[in-house]
Ligand binder design. Structure first.
Ligand code: ADP
Ligand code: MG
Length: 289
């Protein structure tokens, strides 16, 4: 984007001339012609290849020390730029996903929660479910790690280059309702950018608060638009049988559940709350033992 701004504001006035001919010896004007190295560095800075520019000297030195070919030196140099661009894009995707920080599949303690099928989580972490537009439903009592697992899968998806959106069920319906109040353009923008567009939508905490009729409609709206087109990872503290209480209405609940669970992977997480881990350890005298 920056680069385009540069290009469009760029005007030829002769002073930007970067002479591509090999430099002649310093002329009679007393100025020393820039070395090929300095000119290369200038080109790279102009093109905003800053990560590669940082490594230019090092790679050239190593290239001549190890007698590497010119194409290998160039490839190694550009690999730094590619890595920096990928890292920058990942940071942007993580920020816009609104994924909570600090939770990943790598720091999930599977030993603490033996009810979780590790094989299944490992299969999910290949992200094939996203390619197949399947949903993942994590059901279980509070504190057992449903959100943590959902976020861990989201992080894997971001690292693999997918766009991901994380939201609680309550925030999503409130956001859609207020976008709707803002008119059809606002609604379609919000729907596209946040809830229908991203290949992976994580809807956290369905069931903690009952949703009224219009909230249920918004939930149906998202689930039906994503049906067989994009994946939803959903966490809930209520089993499907209780969902008519969540939505106040059996008809809405059935319509939503039908689409959500068709072809879905359902993970029933049972066990102790991780939040109580320390308390239980204290109670049984495990701490300091
Ligand atoms: P839930 O969504 O099921 O209510 P959370 O995923 O929010 O539970 O877990 C509660 C807290 O405990 C979070 O901080 C989470 O990171 C942590 N946690 C839960 N289970 C585990 C686990 N097995 N290993 C590591 N941390 C865990
Ligand atoms: Mg949770």
């Amino acid at each position: 984007m920056n680069r385009q701004r540069h290009e469009s504001s760029w005007r030829w006035d002769g002073t930007q001339l970067l002479d591509l001919r090999p430099p002649a010896d310093a002329g009679g004007n007393g100025r020393v012609a820039p070395s090929p190295y300095q000119r290369l560095l200038t080109h790279m800075r102009y093109l905003e290849l800053n990560a590669a520019a940082e490594r230019l000297k090092e790679e050239l030195d190593e290239g001549s020390r190890k007698k590497l070919s010119a194409s290998l030196i160039l490839e190694r140099l550009l690999a730094h730029e590619v890595a920096a661009t990928q890292a920058r894009r990942l940071r942007t995707r993580i920020r816009t996903s609104q994924l909570p920080v600090g939770k990943s599949l790598d720091n999930f303690d599977f030993d603490f929660q033996p009810s979780i099928d590790r094989q299944l989580v490992s299969e999910l972490s290949t992200l094939r479910f996203i390619e197949e537009h399947r949903n993942v439903i994590l059901v279980g009592p509070p504190g057992v790690g449903k959100t943590h697992l959902a976020v861990g899968l989201g992080l894997r998806a971001l690292q693999a280059g997918y766009r991901v959106q994380f939201v609680t069920a309550a925030d999503m319906v409130a956001h859609l309702q207020s976008a709707h109040d803002g008119g059809p353009t606002a609604l379609s923008r919000v729907r596209r950018n946040f809830y229908v567009g991203p290949p992976l939508l994580i809807v956290d905490e369905l069931g903690y608060m009952p949703l009224d009729r219009s909230a249920a409609t918004w939930m149906y709206h998202v689930v039906s638009r994503r049906y067989e087109k994009g994946s939803i990872v959903l966490t809930s503290n209520r089993g499907f049988a209780d969902w008519d209480q969540v939505f106040h209405e059996a008809v809405a609940a059935t319509a939503i559940v039908d689409r959500l669970i068709h072809n879905a992977v359902v993970l029933n997480v049972r066990g102790r709350s991780y939040r109580m881990k320390g308390l239980q350890a204290t109670a049984t005298g495990e701490i300091g033992a």
